[in-house]
Every structure is written in C-alpha cells, then in structure tokens.
Design a protein around this ligand. Structure first.
Ligand SMILES: [Zn+2]
Ligand SMILES: [Zn+2]
Length: 247
C-alpha cells in the first residue's frame, strides 16, 4: 500500500516535471531537452572513469592496469567488490543530488541514471537494489531518491529490480560531521533483508544503487548484510563520489 502510494505520488510529480519547459538539471536555465545539462554545467561536471582504483573508483593520475587498487583498499578492503560513480562530488553534483532529494524534482533521477548507465558494464548481470530510506523519510519526502535512480537504470537496461529487498529498520541521523567510526556505529543494525526476498539473494550479483558516496559507511553496512544473506558479489553504483575529505 505504501509502495503503491509512493509510486502514484512520484508518477504525479513526474507528470508535473515533464509538463514544464525543459530545464538544465544543474542551474535551471531552459534547455533543449528534458534532463539535459546546459553547456556551462556540462563543462563543470567531473566525469569519473579509468584510470581509477579497481575497488573504490578513486581516480589515479596514471593508468596502471585495470586491476590495481588504491592504498586504502589494499590496507582495508571494502565489503563490496567494486564501486563505480558517474561524477566526482563537487558543487554541481551536490546541487543535482539535492534537487532530487529535497527539491521535489524526481525527474532529475533520469538525468543521473543517464550518466550512471555506462558504468553498468562493470557489473555482471546484477540485481539492482536501492539503498533504502527509513519509512518516516519516505513518508515526508514522498519517494526514495535511490529507488527512483535504480528504477530508471533497470528500465534502461532491462535489469531486475529488488525495490523493497532491503529495508531500513532504524532511522539514522545525517552522517555528516561524524567520524568514520561513529558512522559505522550509527548504521550498524540499521538495515535488514525483507523475509520474502531472502531466497532471491542467494548466489546473485547484487548492485547497490545510491546517490552520493561519502565515507561508504551506509553502502558497506548494506554490502555486509547482503553477503551474509548469501549474495555472490555486491557492487555499488552511485551518482557522485566524494574524492577528498568529507562533505
Ligand atoms: Zn546549467
Ligand atoms: Zn580504492
């Protein structure tokens, strides 16, 4: 029922989105096509790709082979097999993410998915799973931004979508300004696998979809849980990845 209401509300907002003249997903100026960036904003986006760490997509200065990992991943391998992100987190990438999250612009999910799509080649026949929001947040916001992005990606490539596979059972405070240890502690026990989906995870390659990757505490907690539940491999695909420092 809740899911149906969420879809209905998001469909209505999609309709409102598309009835308006097309606007740049970055600055809001009028563009030719719905979901496009104006040339100015396009030039400001820092698209990510090789050469980068094979595990966490941290950009490298030189191409040292597709399988090389960064010092951080070597010292403490993340619980996910590999992460890919469309763009580096910066002012513009942040504004786009905020428009989707708080600006009631669900159509922006299509723009983000459009730039994330090329990275799907790095993942083998994945089952897409959005990082869940707590139901209170969904209720307030009307939708889960990661679920909208995951649904768009699934539609574009005809991939399977596990929309309600993961659930957030603990409402967590914003992780900004917390130390990595605090973040890990806060998200511990925050997620669970919906009982009706337990069998569909076993032996599958799962791709977690999220908007912004900062410290990785949230997706790491989800990845650990999915692996314990029997997933063969867990990957992460996000819109923007913080490259240095915290946001
Ligand atoms: Zn613009
Ligand atoms: Zn790395």
């Amino acid at each position: 029922m809740q899911a149906a209401a969420q879809i209905a509300r998001s469909a209505l907002r999609h309709a409102v989105d598309f009835a308006l003249p097309p606007r740049c997903a970055g600055c809001g100026c009028i563009t030719e096509r719905q979901g496009a960036f104006c040339p100015d904003c396009w030039g400001k986006l820092d698209l990510l790709g090789p050469p980068c760490c094979a595990r966490c997509a941290l950009p490298f200065d030189h191409d040292e082979g597709a399988e090389l990992t960064c010092a951080g991943c070597l010292a403490e391998p993340p619980p996910f097999a590999r992460l890919r992100a469309a763009v580096a987190y910066g002012e513009l990438a942040r504004n786009v993410a905020l428009k989707l999250k708080y600006g009631r612009r669900p159509g922006v999910a299509e723009t983000m998915a459009g730039l994330m799509e090329r990275h799907l080649a790095a993942f083998d026949a994945p089952l897409l799973v959005p990082v869940p929001l707590h139901r209170w947040r969904i209720w307030r916001r009307g939708y889960n931004q990661s679920a909208l992005i995951a649904a768009s990606l699934a539609r574009r490539r005809e991939l399977e979508l596990g929309r309600d596979l993961l659930q957030r059972i603990k409402a967590t405070p914003p992780l900004m300004h917390m130390s990595p240890a605090e973040r890990r502690r806060v998200v511990r026990g925050a997620f669970h696998v919906h009982p009706s989906h337990r069998d569909s995870i076993k032996g599958r390659n799962i791709l977690l979809v999220d908007d912004v990757y900062t410290s990785g505490a949230t997706v790491s907690a989800c990845a650990r849980l999915l692996r314990r539940a029997g997933a063969a491999e867990v990957g992460v695909l996000c819109w923007a990845r913080v490259i240095r420092g915290e946001d």
